[in-house]
Design a protein around this ligand. Structure first.
Ligand code: ADP
Length: 185
């Protein structure tokens, strides 16, 4: 029998701070944070899916939906079996998925989305600067080149932003993503 996870989605453009806020919130007892991008980055780069991830993410594209949702679900199941995530107790703070409406539909049977925290970026160039800085700190293929960053923004605007329309307006809360992590928090 499958459980629908009680979920809060962290939503926003690349560089908006989903991962940063997610990590902080994940430290609150009863909250469990999972970043889809992080799960991808932790894959063995020699594995079939690891190669697919590098192929797509290095160009700024999304990994195909079926493979993404399957991997995400297997990962959640593994965490449940290990007991690090407890679906009946924990609130899942999810970042990086769903990233288009097709993923939102595929996730419908797995997620009960209670709230969406939309980290709003009014200054695109400021966010791009954040990503450039991150590239220097973390060894990320998708942030290393300016044209790949810009491609990721295009993908966000065209494919990911419409996800907000998929869910009821009443559950979407907007938060200004500019300023320090503490201010955003
Ligand atoms: P950011 O936080 O900068 O938006 P992520 O760490 O969430 O970046 O994702 C990095 C890359 O991993 C994406 O550009 C994409 O290639 C891949 N990826 C992550 N999540 C998904 C997803 N839900 N569907 C498809 N691809 C994904």
């Amino acid at each position: 029998m499958s459980v629908r996870y009680q979920t809060v989605l962290l939503f926003g453009a690349p560089g908006s701070g989903k991962g940063t806020q997610g990590k902080i919130l994940g430290n609150v007892p009863g909250f469990y944070h999972l970043s889809c991008g992080e799960v991808f980055r932790n894959l063995d780069t020699g594995s079939e899916l690891g190669k697919v991830f590098i192929e797509y993410s290095s160009k700024g594209f999304l990994v195909p939906d079926d493979a993404t949702v399957k991997m995400w679900h297997q990962n959640m199941h593994a965490r449940t079996v290990l007991g690090t995530y407890k679906p009946n107790v924990d609130l899942l703070v999810l970042d990086g998925i769903p990233r288009n409406t097709s993923q939102a539909k595929l996730l419908e049977k797995h997620l009960n989305v209670l709230h969406i925290i939309h980290l709003v970026c009014r200054d695109k160039e400021d966010m791009i600067l954040r990503l450039r800085k991150r590239a220097l700190k973390e060894n990320r293929v998708d942030d290393a080149k300016e044209d790949v960053i810009r491609k990721r923004w295009d993908v966000y605007e065209q494919e990911t932003f419409p996800v907000l329309e998929y869910y009821p307006k009443a559950i979407v809360k907007e938060v200004d993503a500019t300023g320090s992590p503490a201010k955003v928090l």
